[in-house]
Design a protein around this ligand. Structure first.
Ligand code: HEC
Length: 304
């Protein structure tokens, strides 16, 4: 019995330990950025870090990460810096509970920029750049995406072309994803589709997607394979959503301060209850005053 308990403990401990190791597949481990890290990429990375990562990972080197299980790694720590560039790229793209996945939120360039910022906390770091730099081994360069709104079918069509063997041609068989920009991150529309021989791909667009107050939705289309096509993407506004008024998030107490939004029954019940409570308090005060007066009167009568 004791022996089994001992074995069980060993198994449980090793499961617990292995659950904490974050394994990066070898092909991701060796990935490198296609551009050199410099002050401008670090600056871009700092901005991305402040909006997307700082809330959990805190200020690098200050050890003020938020309390989560497992705890977010301090970007300046040895644990963070001992990741390879590809390892960092993989972990930021994939995420792992409670860290969200950023592959649909940040572009591949954004992720590499934030890595360039993280690397600025490792003084010994020397960057290796992918051999594809400058589009040398990039299959297609100068990729262009043209978006068209097909109103009668409620679809968005993307036509993709690029320069290959010095001629402009349709990009065939490339995976494309379409997103709508939301307050927090991007919403994947439809699923990823591959382009046909004409470089064309069609996405079904939901009829009821909320837009801004004039119905505009910010649409982003991206090609998934950055080694072949570079960081190709398009970011544009189309009037295809349902016009929606959204109070800005920095409006003070945007959720509750609008009286027009209150249902009438709630307003009446609330007002009536407030009146009733104050009425009762006044009634009690008047009664106390009456008792007081009656006391004075009785005293006078006794004296008389
Ligand atoms: C919701 C909180 C949260 C946000 C936001 C967040 N992270 Fe994390 N991150 C974590 C947690 C928690 C872990 C540890 C996860 C684990 O070990 O399973 C982690 C782990 C990591 C790792 C792996 C570190 C290691 O030890 O190998 C990297 C790299 C990373 N985060 C980068 C980022 C970047 C870059 C951003 C912003 C683009 C970001 N994180 C946003 C919570 C967060």
């Amino acid at each position: 019995m004791k022996k089994y308990l001992f074995l069980l403990t060993i198994v449980l401990i090793s499961v617990r330990l292995s659950a904490q190791v974050w394994v990066v597949p070898t092909e991701n481990e060796v990935k490198l950025s296609t551009f050199a890290f410099n002050d401008s990429t670090r600056k871009a990375g700092l901005e991305i870090y402040n909006t997307n990562c700082k809330s959990c990972h805190g200020d690098p080197g200050k050890n003020n990460v938020i309390k989560l299980v497992p705890p977010p790694t301090d970007p300046a720590s040895v644990k963070m810096q001992s990741n390879s560039d590809g390892g960092l790229q993989y972990k930021v793209s994939q995420g792992r509970m409670p860290m969200p996945s950023f592959k649909n939120i940040l572009s591949s360039n954004d992720i590499w920029s934030v890595i360039s910022y993280i690397r600025s906390y490792d003084l010994k770091y020397v960057q290796k750049i992918a051999a594809t730099q400058g589009g040398a081994s990039q299959v297609v360069v100068n990729v262009k995406i043209l978006l068209t709104w097909l109103q009668e079918k409620n679809q968005i069509q993307a036509v993709i072309s690029g320069v290959k063997d010095k001629t402009i041609q349709p990009v065939q068989g490339a995976e494309v994803k379409l997103f709508a920009k939301r307050y927090f991150g991007n919403l994947l529309i439809d699923e990823a589709h591959n382009t046909d021989v004409q470089g064309k791909v069609v996405f079904n667009f939901p009829k009821d997607l909320p837009g801004d107050s004039t119905g505009f939705v910010q649409i982003i289309a991206r090609l998934s394979d950055e080694t072949a096509y570079g960081d190709a993407g398009i970011d544009t506004s189309l009037a295809i959503g349902v016009p929606t008024y959204r109070p800005p998030l920095n409006e003070p107490r945007a959720m509750w301060n609008i009286v027009q939004k209150t249902p009438i029954w709630l307003l009446l019940t609330y007002s009536f209850t407030v009146l009733a409570v104050w009425g009762f308090i006044f009634y009690v005060l008047i009664q106390i005053r009456a008792i007081f007066k009656a006391g004075i009167k009785e005293n006078h009568e006794r004296i008389d």
